[in-house]
Design a protein around this ligand. Structure first.
Ligand SMILES: C[S@@+](CC[C@H](N)C(=O)[O-])C[C@H]1O[C@@H](n2cnc3c(N)ncnc32)[C@H](O)[C@@H]1O
Length: 279
């Protein structure tokens, strides 16, 4: 059976395809992916729109270098977001976006990485559309892509894996309800966002479901920033490694054979990639 997709029925408030190139409207909200931290990783579109914004509503993971691009006339509102410590709850962030747009402002909603990857961008867009506010999304480089590139980990190297899955390690209703059997595969890379707190549970569940205890694991903290640090361990030692090294968010966990894909080449070429704290 062929599925028919009608583009005409799409809500015209939401800029799709080539409409994403439109000028910044008064009364429009643009969800902008600010990337992982390094200001040079911002897209040209993001750079241009940030400079035009009247109001900038931003999260904790948006770097100071990126905030320095904002016009001195713009109103900047910090809405935080550590996993459990929101400066403003999500429903109030949504209301704030709508309120500022309805005042006729050009509103930039700046988010770390990509707005649609574990960034609650979907929820914000839903509320904006329900309220009749023009909106769009400008993608950003997500942590999985940036942290691994800057640490010499080719996420889908074909000699090692057939694919890659992004998961969240964040508890929902005090549970980590993940399809463990499907995730515990040697021929697959797993990238875990927000997984530091739940790393012990992650490691135990993957091993219990058949993933080898010596499967390589990388942790990348503060990826692409001046404090960028990458660590190597394995699944069996993940819990104690996180504890001993006092690893804190923002940290991305990468599990799978690709973690060591370039190990030999990097060892012989330390000038090109710095892989710190290898074990
Ligand atoms: C709420 S999620 C936001 C993800 C973001 N939307 C993205 O696309 O990268 C926050 C988590 O992303 C990961 N993360 C984001 N930026 C990072 C960075 N620069 N270095 C390491 N991890 C990062 C961490 O796991 C962090 O806890």
């Amino acid at each position: 059976m062929t599925m028919q997709i009608s583009v005409d029925k799409t809500n015209p408030l939401f800029a799709l395809g080539k409409n994403n190139k439109r000028a910044f409207f008064n009364g429009e909200v643009v969800l902008i992916g600010a990337g992982p931290g390094d200001v040079d990783l911002l897209t040209v579109r993001a750079y241009e729109l940030i400079k035009q914004a009247d109001v900038v509503i931003y999260d904790r993971l948006v770097s100071q270098d990126i905030m320095a691009l904002v016009s001195e006339h713009a109103e900047c509102i910090y809405v935080g977001k550590k996993s459990s410590d929101h400066a403003l709850p999500q429903d109030q962030i949504n209301s704030l976006l709508i309120e500022k747009a309805k005042q006729g402002k050009k509103v930039a909603r700046l988010k770390g990485g990509d707005p649609f990857i574990f960034g609650r961008g979907g929820e914000e867009i839903q509320d904006l559309l329900k309220s009749g506010v023009h909106c769009r999304v400008v993608p950003g480089i997500t942590a999985a892509s940036a942290c691994t590139s800057y640490s010499g980990i080719p996420l889908t190297h074909r000699d090692f894996v057939h694919g890659c899955t992004f998961i969240t390690g964040h508890f929902k209703n005090n549970e980590l309800d993940l399809p463990w059997k499907a995730l515990a595969r040697q021929d697959h890379t797993l990238v875990v966002y927000m997984g530091i707190k739940t790393a012990p549970l992650l490691a135990k569940s993957l091993i219990k479901n058949g993933l080898a205890p010596d499967t390589p694991v990388a942790l990348v903290s503060n990826g692409t920033s001046e404090e960028h640090t990458s660590y190597r361990t394995d699944l069996l030692h993940l819990e104690e490694f996180v504890k001993e090294n006092r690893i804190k968010p923002p940290t991305l966990i990468i599990i799978g054979r690709v973690v060591n894909a370039l190990a030999n080449e990097l060892r012989n070429n330390e000038a090109t990639f710095m892989v710190e704290h290898s074990c």
